[in-house]
Design a protein around this ligand. Structure first.
Ligand SMILES: [Zn+2]
Length: 265
């Protein structure tokens, strides 16, 4: 038996490594740069040595500066790596060392990439969202058919996943139709992915919970951030990151939250 703390710790280390891929991916895809090749300093173009590319640790050892030119490295790099590590650890804690765990860790990872891109460019590229939908469904189908998967071989979970996609995507489509300034078609397409992954775990109930949390976070925290930054439309955060945050929260804690909420009445 492998102890649980070891599984979670191993997933965290894996998450840190995939976190540096997330950084490179989120930087290169919107700029249409090739995904191959080593990382370079965006300032002096020097290829970064492998020893200087260790997640988080290198950033601390180099005190946040390029070894060659001394250019300050944005703290967003170690932050993305740490977030990725935490997300992988949470997926391992929730689902264990199963295909379900791998599926949801990958899902969290792609949401992290999309969050970074949406914050910088205010868009969710089709070149990421569509492959995420297809690859996501391939993983969910495989997991549903496995006896060791979350659905324990019952394909009914896939119908729930499809219903989740229709509900989440359909509701955001309505919002985008009524209020196009606040919601884009990129958000609607992403909602199809989110609804699938939520529906697979908990049907329409969990998809609605994820939706509710996204709007709660986006409305409440979004307003706080806008006030802290001095208000105005330019300080607004795009909706993609809130969708990601609401969905990850629902995947990890949605069942408990839903029970608690229903007990209030
Ligand atoms: Zn440099």
């Amino acid at each position: 038996m492998i102890p649980e703390w070891f599984e979670v710790g191993f997933a965290a280390v894996l998450g840190l490594i995939f976190g540096s891929f997330a950084t490179a991916f989120a930087y290169r895809v919107p700029r249409r740069e090739s995904l191959g090749g080593r990382s370079k300093c965006p300032n002096c173009d020097t290829t970064i040595r492998a020893a200087d590319n260790v997640p988080v640790i290198s950033y601390l050892l180099l005190r946040g500066k390029c070894r060659n030119c001394g250019q300050v490295i944005s703290p967003r790099y170690p932050l993305i790596e740490l977030t990725s590590g935490a997300l992988f650890a949470l997926a391992a804690w929730k689902f264990g060392p199963t295909l379900t765990g791998i599926t949801y860790a990958s899902f969290f990872w792609i949401l992290l990439v999309l969050t970074v891109i949406d914050l910088e460019f205010k868009l969710l590229p089709n070149r990421i969202v569509f492959p995420a939908l297809y690859a996501g469904w391939a993983l969910l189908v495989a997991d549903a058919l496995l006896d060791t998967g979350f659905a324990m071989g019952d394909p009914a979970a896939l119908r729930e996943a499809a219903l989740g996609a229709v509900v989440f995507g359909g509701f955001l489509f309505l919002v985008a139709f009524i209020y196009p300034a606040g919601m884009g078609m990129g958000d609607v397409k992403l909602a199809l992915v989110l609804g699938s992954f939520l529906g697979y775990l908990g049907g329409i109930g969990l998809a609605v919970t994820g939706m509710f949390l996204s709007f709660l976070f986006g409305g409440f925290l979004g307003a706080l951030i806008a006030v802290a930054r001095g208000g105005g439309r330019k300080t607004q955060i795009p909706f993609g990151p809130w969708l990601a945050l609401g969905t990850v929260t629902a995947v990890l804690f949605g069942e408990g939250l839903l029970d608690w909420y229903l007990e209030l009445f």
